[in-house]
Design a protein around this ligand. Structure first.
Ligand SMILES: CC(C)(COP(=O)(O)OP(=O)(O)OC[C@H]1O[C@@H](n2cnc3c(N)ncnc32)[C@H](O)[C@@H]1OP(=O)(O)O)[C@@H](O)C(=O)NCCC(=O)NCCS
Length: 220
């Protein structure tokens, strides 16, 4: 059966990786890369044509192509959000990607979510739009996730956690449920969050200590 057609917004290494994953694991083929005209300095990238966003409708019309957003968490995910909304405004469906190893019992899943290996989204989780969930994340039962959040590998949310919009979770961060992570919260890698967060708040764990008078091989 012919694959569905899609174009990738962004000339990032993340976009290249996503293309490989789509080809390996989905029924959607990436046929071109799209970038704002001011950043287009070549007609080809990664062996595919590059088209200016300003021309997208002429070359890759919305009735034949979806668009996947190959952008990460720059500006607390605002760049990805901005492009997502601009692409939608032109009438395109935003393509998502869910790796086949993902285990999920979601109640709702919005548009354009990208979910990598081994993530678990438990009973009745609600997921908004444009989120990126990396490998091994654990979003526990009845959590409610808004839009344009970024969950780095190994993020764990307790049951009934609420995550608003545009948050960033560093690797192996843990949120105790049922708490609310407010808009634009930055949770550093390795954090344990035990209470609601403040909008735009930055949370970091204690730093590891280097025991300068010790040598590993003397200890184990
Ligand atoms: C929280 C985080 C963003 C901070 O970034 P950073 O590059 O370490 O920050 P910097 O070293 O530039 O420090 C910025 C400020 O925060 C302070 N800070 C950073 N980490 C801190 C910590 N653990 N404890 C206390 N202060 C800390 C610094 O002292 C500095 O303060 P100043 O501006 O007053 O000098 C980073 O540690 C982190 O967790 N990043 C996510 C990593 C990750 O999971 N990546 C996966 C992507 S897929």
């Amino acid at each position: 059966m012919a694959k569905k057609k899609c174009v990738m917004f962004g000339l990032t290494t993340f976009a290249q990786m996503l293309r490989v994953y789509m080809e390996r694991y989905s029924d959607v083929e990436v046929e071109a890369y799209i970038v704002d005209a001011q950043y287009k300095n070549s007609d080809e990238f990664d062996g595919l044509p590059v088209e200016a966003f300003e021309n997208i409708e002429k070359v890759y019309p919305a009735d034949q192509y979806s668009v996947i957003i190959g952008l990460g968490y720059s500006k607390m995910n605002d760049l990805r959000k901005q492009k997502f909304l601009q692409v939608k405004e032109k009438g395109y469906v935003i393509q998502g990607f869910i790796h086949p190893s993902v285990i999920e019992s979601m109640k709702e899943c919005g548009e354009g979510n990208i979910i990598f290996e081994g993530a678990v989204l438990g009973y009745n989780v609600k997921l908004g739009n444009g989120n990126i969930i990396w490998n091994g994340c654990n979003i526990s039962h009845e959590s409610v996730i808004g839009d344009f959040n970024h969950f780095s590998a190994g993020t764990t949310l307790g049951g009934k956690t609420v995550v608003e919009n545009n948050c960033f979770f560093g690797m192996n961060s843990v949120i105790r449920g049922p708490k609310t992570v407010a808009d634009y919260t930055l949770v550093g890698a390795g954090c344990y969050i035990s209470d609601n967060t403040e909008p735009y708040g930055v949370y970091v764990p204690a730093r590891s200590v280097h025991l300068e008078n010790k040598k590993s091989t003397d200890m184990m």
